[in-house]
Design a binder for this molecule. Structure first.
Ligand code: GDP
Length: 323
């Protein structure tokens, strides 16, 4: 790969795709192809095939997906399954047919069994039942991993998958109904702080409501760290490096997790909210812990650089500017 290689970033307007655009542009890449949702519906096989045959990208990163937090995953179950199966199958198949040199497919840590030993190693895939709240999304992503693996096994395609942990950062979804926990809490603490500042009677400060019990543990990776990892992998790591280790994909994370309660307290502190936190146990907790074992990617020479506090501060700055 060199700086004029033709790289297609699928999903370039999303949180991950826009971080990839920042990274590859900063690295001097001059031939990045993008298509908006209006220009190319990735669920449409004919349109995707035509795009690949015409553009003939050399490198592909699939950051396009239907994504959302626990409530969205649990509500739009058919859409999460159908849209993701279509998007990834169309891109992977068209990439194989049009001779793409290397492809990286992005999944997420929810592909692992609900009650996995922690930290989660790559080989725990398909060793037990999935968490119910995001099973459709997870099934689609597992199918994507298997497509890459089997296009490698049958046709020798240089395609593989990576599973990032929970991501956050600029361009995240801050909608309270459909977002993940970290952006949701940034919005909730910020809005409560603004509302409370306007109150004359300070004894009636509104609290912030956190879903579930606060006890689940999650690992969070700043999205620019993920873009850095993908740049490293696309430049240095081939499909055979993964499959020869008898695994199907690589984990990407920080290797550290915290409870939702600790996360809420950290965000409260950064935003400077002075009221109380209350826990709404009528909302689901989801899986109790999700911490990835990142020793494989660390062993290949990559580790995360942006710590959680710094990442939340950067994300809050972005939120204040653009939301
Ligand atoms: P998950 O990692 O797939 O479970 O997705 P989320 O990021 O949506 O949720 C992670 C955890 O944070 C779950 O235990 C949620 O119940 C909890 N949580 C607490 N407050 C919120 C909130 O305001 N929004 C979301 N999405 N989750 C929250």
């Amino acid at each position: 790969m060199n700086k004029s290689s033709k790289l297609y970033i699928a999903g370039h307007t999303g949180m991950v795709g826009s971080a990839l655009m920042r990274k590859f542009t900063a690295e001097g890449f001059t031939n990045i192809i993008t298509k908006t949702r209006e220009e190319l519906d990735l669920r449409n096989q004919q349109a995707v095939t035509h795009f690949f045959q015409t553009e003939k990208p050399e490198y592909v990163i699939i950051a396009a997906a239907k994504v959302g937090g626990i409530l969205a995953n649990n509500t739009y179950r058919a859409e999460f399954l159908y849209d993701n199966l279509m998007i990834q199958s169309n891109i992977i198949h068209a990439s194989a047919s049009s001779g793409v040199e290397k492809l990286i497919f992005l999944g997420s840590s929810c592909i692992y069994p609900r009650d996995c030993p922690q930290p989660i190693k790559e080989e725990y895939l398909l060793t037990g039942p999935l968490e119910q709240t995001n099973e459709p999304y997870a099934i689609a992503k597992i199918a994507g991993i298997k497509l890459c693996e089997n296009y490698y096994k049958q046709y020798g395609c240089n395609f593989y998958s990576v599973m990032p942990t929970n991501l956050y950062g600029p361009n995240d979804n801050f909608d309270l109904e459909t977002s993940h926990v970290l952006p949701a809490l940034i919005r909730k603490f910020h809005e409560a702080k603004v509302n409370n500042a306007e109150l004359v009677d300070k004894s009636t400060l509104s609290p912030v409501e956190v879903w579930g019990t606060g006890t689940p543990r999650r690992e969070f990776l700043y999205v620019d760290d993920l873009a850095d990892a993908l740049f490293f992998l696309l430049s240095e790591v081939e499909a055979r490096d993964i499959y020869e280790q008898r695994i199907t994909h690589l984990n990407i994370g920080t290797g550290e997790d915290i409870t939702i309660k600790e996360l809420a307290e950290m965000i409260k502190e950064i935003i400077g909210f002075k009221g109380e936190i209350i826990y709404d146990s009528t909302k689901p907790d989801g899986t109790s812990r999700k911490l990835l074992d990142v020793s494989r990617i660390n062993g290949l020479g990559w580790r995360s650089k942006i710590d959680l506090e710094e990442g939340i501060k950067k994300t809050y700055e972005w939120f204040l500017k653009y939301q």
